[in-house]
Design a protein around this ligand. Sequence first.
Ligand SMILES: NCCC[C@H](NC(=O)CCC(=O)O)C(=O)O
Ligand SMILES: NC(=O)OP(=O)(O)O
Length: 333
Amino acid sequence: MKQFFSTNDIVSLSHIIKTALECKENPFGNEYIGKHKTLGLIFLNPSLRTRMSTQKAARNLGMEVMVLNMGTEGWALETREGVVMDGANAEHIKEAAAVMGSYCDVLGVRSFPKLDSKEEDYSDDLFFKFANYCKKPILSLETATRHPLQSLTDLITIIEQGEYFYDAEKGNYIPKVRKPKVVLSWAPHVKALPQAVPNSFSEWMCRAEAEGLVDFVITHPEGYELDEEFTKGAAITTNQVEALKDADFVYVKNWSSYEDYGKVLSMDSNWMLTLEKLEATNNAKVMHCLPVRRDLVLSSEVLDSDHSIVIEQAGNRVWAAQAVLTEMLTHNK
Ligand SMILES: NCCC[C@H](NC(=O)CCC(=O)O)C(=O)O
Ligand SMILES: NC(=O)OP(=O)(O)O
């Protein structure tokens, strides 16, 4: 694997999930495959989980890790071609990425959208320029449009906590009784947040649904429709009560409008998930990528209840990263 950016970079969902769950069983089973290899993690924006879990995963494989908080400690980057650099930006991505590529065997990059221009954000220009100029395998640590390490983690968590068996002959996970119902439920927030997490979650769940692993429903207020590219095959409704009925997993997330790009159209607190709303579900497990604002995005009573699996979910970030790094170190053609 030379790039991990979207579900398209994965040949088999079941195969990568199996690799991740094997890493969880036996974290040091491949502790030498990364020996004398260096992972560079470049952050243009804040991070707790991605930063720590990816470092831990790399170290479990014997890799060295270097972290650069480019957004606060690096030179300000110019990404445009052919401009006279007489403004605030001191270094061009051409040199910066090429130099980091010469120090590292694998690179990871995090950059959030600016939420000003849909066209600019959705081109994921920084990630692809970085990939082009560093000339090394590259993984997304979350870009403007997607957060694949998070979504892979989310799918691993659903497979782990749902009831599946692994058919070794076919190389597939199969639901034991029935496919769990997974609901992505929009939640209120005071700030305009990216669509990367819900886009990516939806993209991975739509593929999981196509492969017979889950039934997937998205619910959000009017005006919060995601880019259709990510929601092909999903059932979409503005009726949260209807969506939550018999749900097995509820994935809570705020995002800003895609249509009215980057705008907060609603702060309706009725969309916040409560214990009362969960009564209509099949004793659903509640997920969130974190960080989460208590009693704004998700009620404390839910976060502190047995419904919440957010800590287990965040713990699985290590195994998702370790599975992806294992693929990059072993099949890097
Ligand atoms: N990496 C995980 C999520 C990152 C981001 N959350 C945030 O920016 C939260 C900011 C705040 O609550 O102030 C998002 O939703 O896309
Ligand atoms: N969920 C997630 O990506 O968290 P961080 O932003 O803290 O890395």
